[in-house]
Structure formats: structure tokens, C-alpha cells
Design a protein around this ligand. Structure first.
Ligand code: NAD
Length: 383
């Protein structure tokens, strides 16, 4: 068995996503399994260069995982000949500059979403990457959730007939930080630091809707800052200037209407932190992170509205669980493996910078819809 080493810069490795999902659950997990196998038996072996701002924290992480290559100097790391890939999980606001630097250095690039803070910048990055002849990718992890994989299987198998609508609920209560620490970083709640739930979640909703159902043609969005004051990591109170909830309606090709609520100010009375109900002429499904339940038209009950009588039906129990019928690995890791195969062996990878730019565009137009109190049609983004 031959091994093909590939140098990967991991920038933002001290952050929540950079550390847990990308370093530990993806790249280190890939090394633990012996690399990413290619069809000819070669295994791609990521050699990791940790990059960040804080020396002590970088050293701690490196030592904890038996790694030796780390630096606070991104420019020097990008200048190395043994580096093939730049990965970015920094704060969103820092991304554009670093990605541009990586393009100039001729490295292939994989990055967290959103690709940039506005679609013009995102398209510029896509064009610059094309011109430099490098391979690009943007994280689209929700596509690899077991619940959504099962939903996709149902769609591909024709279960729904004609799909009519999608209703999604995403969110949970993010603590204000006063009497219990917040479970998300405070920058998410400050517009001036690139925060806000529309910019955070609409890029996800774009690829979920477009890949599972149909292209998104129009958006109508109302957003809110329900909690106007929060307390940061250092215990200081600050004004929350970014939106913490978004109520969106998305019009898709084929007349499909998707209505998705995203909120960090909602208490969960659901089975999972995200759930999508899909209704079609032949059947319906409710898919979450892990589970997917269905009800076919042949077993659909016929409720009659009568508020004078208690409902005699147990509606939830009338749905059936879709079996896994396979193993589901961590979604971030699955996408990393696909990106590494794309870089090394040229295997197809559709989730490139242009796909990332379309996600940024939906967020941008969602924010505009909210600001201008109107429905916005979504123009095609050209390369
Ligand atoms: N795919 C997903 O499901 C998902 C989920 C959450 C966040 N994200 C994305 O991942 C990125 C990081 O989010 P996170 O929740 O890990 O954030 P975080 O605050 O935990 O981490 C931010 C990282 O950026 C670094 N950084 C660089 N310059 C900085 C600066 N000037 N100020 C502060 N930090 C700076 C920090 O050191 C840290 O490593 C964001 O772009 C976010 O949109 C993706």
C-alpha cells in the first residue's frame, strides 16, 4: 500500500468548529483510519500544519494530539512547498483576506461557510481561484447528516410524488451569558463582527434546498434581534446588534414552498435541533439530524376539526421510522475525504467556491428582504 502525503494548513484550529469538527472528528480521524483510500489502493495521508493567533493554545492542541507542526505565521506557512491545501475555520470576517492570500500562494482551498461576507466578494474569490487553477471547496455538512441522507434517498426513490412544501425548524435557546455562560461565541451576536443568524444559517439552507429539492428563486424574510443585550466570554455586557432569529419563505422551482425558521431564542419542543417536514402528493416525511419518519398516503388518517372533543388520534405514532440501511460517518469527515480525493485524484466535488457564493447570495438577499420588507427574486450568479 502506498501513501500519498498532502500538507494541509488548518487555520482557526482553536475555534469551536476548527478544533472539534475539522481537526478531531475529521482530519485526525482520517489519520486514525490510515488515510483516505483511492481506487488504486493509494492512501491520502494529511500532514497537518496548525495555524492560529495564540502560541500557547496552538502548542497545547498540538501536544494533546501528538502533532509537532504549528505556527502563528500564516504567510510563512503558505510559502512552504510541502503545503498543498489551505483550510479556513476562522471567524467569518477574517476569511476573505486569508483565502485571497492562499489563492495567491497557489494552494487548493477548503473553507467553512460563509465563504465571504457578501456575494460580490465571494464571486471574486471564485473567479480568482479559477484563474489560479486551484481546486476549491466550501463546507456543506448538513447534506451528510444521516437524517437528510435518508430524506434524499426517499426523494431519489420517488416516495413523495410531487413535492408541495418544506417546513423547517432550526434552533435552540442560546443563553444570554449572565446567569449561565452562552454556548456560542459572542461574535455571533454582533453585526460589526460578522454575526447574525441569517448569514450563519441561510448558506446552509441554500444548499439543502437546492440539492435536495430544486433551485431557490425568491426569498421573503423577516428577522429579529429578540435578545438585545448579552454577556460575552469575559463577563462584559454588550448590545446584541445582529439578528438572532429569521423567519424565511423560499420559493423553489416546481412551485415548492419552503418555510424555514431559524432561531437562537427558541426552546426546543421537537425531537431534534433541526427538523424538516416535507409534504408531497404521495407521502410526507419529517427528517432531522439522525432520524427520518414517513407517512404514506395509504396510511394517512382523516382528522376532522372538532374542538369540542379531545383528539382520538395519536398523530406522532402514525409515522414509521426510515431504516439506516447503512453506516453514516461524521458528515464533516465525509466531506473532507471527498475534498482530499478531489485534490489528489481529480474526483468530482460539486461544493466549490461558486456553490459557496450562492449560499452567501441567499443570506445577503434574505437580509435585504428583511430590511426592505419585500420579496426578492434571486438572480443567477455568473462565474
Ligand atoms: N458548518 C457549520 O455547521 C458551522 C457551525 C458553526 C460555525 N461555522 C463557521 O465556522 C467559522 C468559525 O466559527 P466558530 O463557531 O468555530 O467560531 P469561534 O469563535 O469558536 O472560532 C473562531 C476562530 O477564528 C480565530 N480568529 C482569527 N481571527 C480572529 C479575530 N480577529 N477574532 C476572533 N477570532 C479570530 C479564533 O482564534 C478561532 O480559532 C465561522 O465562519 C462560522 O460561520 C460553521
Amino acid at each position: 500500500m502506498s501513501r500519498r502525503s498532502i500538507g494541509v494548513i488548518v487555520n482557526g484550529v482553536t475555534g469551536r468548529m476548527g478544533y472539534r469538527q475539522h481537526l478531531v472528528r475529521s482530519l485526525l480521524a482520517i489519520r486514525e483510519q490510515g488515510g483516505v483510500p483511492l481506487a488504486d489502493g493509494t492512501r491520502i495521508w494529511p500532514e497537518l500544519i496548525l495555524v492560529g493567533r495564540n502560541e500557547t493554545r496552538l502548542r497545547d492542541i498540538a501536544e494533546r494530539h501528538g502533532l509537532t507542526d504549528w505556527t502563528t505565521d500564516l504567510t510563512a506557512a503558505l510559502a512552504r512547498d510541502d503545503v498543498d491545501v489551505y483550510f479556513d475555520a476562522q471567524l467569518t470576517q477574517q476569511r476573505e483576506k486569508a483565502v485571497r492570500q492562499a489563492i495567491d500562494a497557489g494552494k487548493h482551498i477548503y473553507t467553512e461557510k460563509p465563504l465571504a461576507e457578501d456575494s460580490a466578494a465571494a464571486v471574486e474569490l471564485a473567479r480568482a481561484a479559477d484563474a489560479a487553477g486551484i481546486r476549491t471547496g466550501v463546507v456543506q455538512d448538513k447534506l451528510f447528516l444521516p437524517g437528510l441522507r435518508k430524506l434524499k434517498r426517499l426523494i431519489d426513490g420517488g416516495f413523495f410524488g410531487r413535492i408541495l412544501s418544506v417546513r423547517g425548524e432550526f434552533g435552540y435557546w442560546v443563553f444570554e451569558g449572565d446567569w449561565q455562560p452562552a454556548q456560542r461565541p459572542s461574535w455571533n451576536y454582533r453585526a460589526e463582527d460578522g454575526g447574525g443568524i441569517v448569514m450563519d444559517m441561510f448558506p446552509h439552507w441554500h444548499y439543502v434546498l437546492a440539492e435536495l429539492f430544486a433551485p431557490v428563486r425568491a426569498v421573503t424574510c423577516v428577522n429579529a434581534t429578540h435578545i438585545p443585550r448579552r454577556v460575552d466570554e469575559a463577563g462584559r455586557a454588550y448590545p446584541a446588534t445582529a439578528d438572532d432569529a429569521a423567519y424565511g419563505i423560499f420559493e423553489l422551482d416546481g412551485g415548492i414552498i419552503a418555510q424555514l425558521n431559524s432561531s437562537w431564542a427558541v426552546r426546543v419542543h421537537r425531537d431534534e435541533l433541526v427538523e424538516f417536514q416535507v409534504d408531497g402528493t404521495e407521502g410526507s416525511a419529517v427528517a432531522g439530524l439522525r432520524h427520518c419518519r414517513v407517512q404514506h398516503r395509504s396510511v394517512t388518517p382523516k382528522p376532522v376539526w372538532n374542538p369540542d372533543l379531545p383528539s382520538g388520534e395519536s398523530f406522532r405514532s402514525q409515522w414509521s421510522e426510515v431504516p439506516d440501511n447503512g453506516e453514516f460517518d461524521n458528515g464533516f469527515k465525509v466531506q473532507w475525504e471527498a475534498f482530499l480525493r478531489h485534490v489528489v485524484a481529480g474526483e468530482p466535488f460539486p461544493w466549490d467556491f461558486m456553490a459557496g457564493a450562492r449560499g452567501v447570495q441567499l443570506a445577503e438577499l434574505g437580509l435585504r428582504s428583511a430590511r426592505e420588507h419585500r420579496r426578492i427574486e434571486i438572480p443567477e450568479l455568473g462565474r
